[in-house]
Design a protein around this ligand. Structure first.
Ligand code: PLP
Length: 415
């Protein structure tokens, strides 16, 4: 008998499990809106042209070897990553108050940051938005932090619960850590306005709350790398401290390369240098040092003006396709709503599909449709449309041809 025979079957990851179910469905009309990765209009994964070019340059460079990187990763990559998120002219960078370490994409950056905080920060409570990316509570719990929610989303308005957010952060113990999605909040697609960010900043600084930014979608949300980093830059411009986890999965399409960075902005260069020495102590026994290939691609692109410019164009094209999908789905649902009303108004009291404007107001890869678990199950069963049970759909998984099918399904689900 196996020494592991007592091991029980673990549940499928709620997000990755959607794709597992999708893959098993033989019906050709099936549509996967659960996947958190960009797809082309043809429904295919995309490798950016600029990434292909950078890889070609790396391959052609005979001087390149496959030695271990340092514990904190590729130096050029770290420097360029800090500039990308904090701005090329950031005073914090100029004053050497920022330490940046290469980590295993966004997830690994969050985990390393959390492990560091659990060891070296006096307050072990981290507030995370309600709802948030499903991996957040697990990452922080496993690192030894205690996780509490703050109100974020208002299902009635399908927008920000700004009052609730301010109340909850206002009631948090001084020094508590607060996880903030830098842009394109996952899963809701709801971001604070710049004015609201400023109020959040003032509240957090006045209470000594420590910001931990998760930046998984810089440039992917609005199409502008600078616009999507505004929230982070506001918090760095005030001279205060913060953490930021960056991922290149979405904005460079480097999902499987696992390339990201953790930056900690400190009050002084001296503190930053000691913090970096302790980040090495976290990383060394965890995975020793990060992989070289993905970080080299990013470093090549960020350091070369031509490649960088080409990247921004391709990035904007991805963002624009997603924004256009929002518009097309919204229009299709509006049209349905009209037809539905005309047909049935005189017969029965109709529960109209309602206001779908949140689809075009929300930002980033996802739309929080407001569909409930039963409606999602119905759409999967009857229409072979796959998404997470919270009603989150990936706009990146959609294309023009599939919009009518999705609109039909949503219409039938809410009717
Ligand atoms: N944070 C958020 C909010 C995300 O949505 C994701 C990916 O879906 C990540 C972090 C981390 O992704 P990765 O580890 O692939 O960079």
């Amino acid at each position: 008998d196996s020494v592991f025979s007592h091991v029980v079957q673990a549940p499928e990851d709620p997000i990755l499990g959607v794709t597992v179910a999708y893959n098993k469905d033989p019906n050709p009309i099936k549509l996967n809106l659960g996947v958190g990765a960009y797809r082309t209009e043809e429904g295919k994964p995309l490798v950016l042209n600029v990434v292909r070019r950078a890889e070609q340059m790396l391959v052609n460079d005979q001087s390149r070897v496959k030695e271990y990187l340092p514990i904190i990763g590729l130096s050029d990559f770290n420097k360029s990553s800090a500039k990308l998120i904090f701005g090329a002219d950031s005073t914090a960078i100029q004053e050497n108050r920022v330490t940046t370490v290469q980590c295993l994409s966004g997830t690994g950056s969050l985990r390393v940051g959390a492990e560091f905080l659990a060891r070296h920060y006096h307050e072990h409570t981290i507030y995370i938005p309600q709802p948030t990316w499903g991996n957040h509570p697990k990452i922080f719990n496993l690192a030894g932090l205690s996780v509490k929610p703050y109100r974020y989303y208002n299902p009635q308005t399908r927008g920000l619960d700004f009052q609730g957010l301010l109340e909850d952060l206002g009631a948090a113990p001084s020094g508590a850590i607060v996880l903030l999605h830098a842009c394109a909040h996952n899963p809701t697609g709801v971001d604070p306005t710049l004015d609201q960010w400023e109020q959040i900043r003032q509240l957090m600084r006045s209470k000594g709350l420590l910001p931990f930014f998760d930046s998984a979608y810089q440039g992917f949300a609005s199409g502008s790398l600078d616009a999507d980093a505004q929230s982070v830059r506001m918090f760095v411009a005030d001279g205060g401290e913060c953490l930021a986890a960056q991922s290149y999965a979405k904005n460079m399409g480097l999902y499987g390369e696992r390339v990201g960075a953790l930056s900690i902005v400190c009050k002084t260069a001296d503190v930053a240098s000691r913090v970096e020495s302790q980040l090495k102590m976290v990383i060394r026994p965890m995975y020793s040092n990060p992989p070289i290939h993905g970080a080299s691609i990013v470093a090549v692109i960020l350091k070369d003006r031509d490649l960088y410019n080409e990247w921004t164009v391709e990035l904007k094209a991805m963002a624009d396709r997603i924004i256009s999908m929002r518009k097309q789905l919204f229009d299709a649902l509006q049209a349905k709503g009209m037809a539905y009303k005309l047909l049935f108004t005189l017969v029965i009291h109709v529960c109209t599909p309602g206001d779908w404007s949140h689809i075009i107001k929300q930002i980033g890869m996802f739309t929080f449709t407001g569909l409930n678990t039963e409606q999602v199950a119905f759409m999967t069963r009857e229409y072979h449309i796959y998404m997470t049970s919270d009603g989150r759909i990936s706009m990146a998984g959609l294309n023009s041809r599939k919009v009518p099918h999705l609109a039909d399904a949503i219409h039938a689900a809410v009717a």
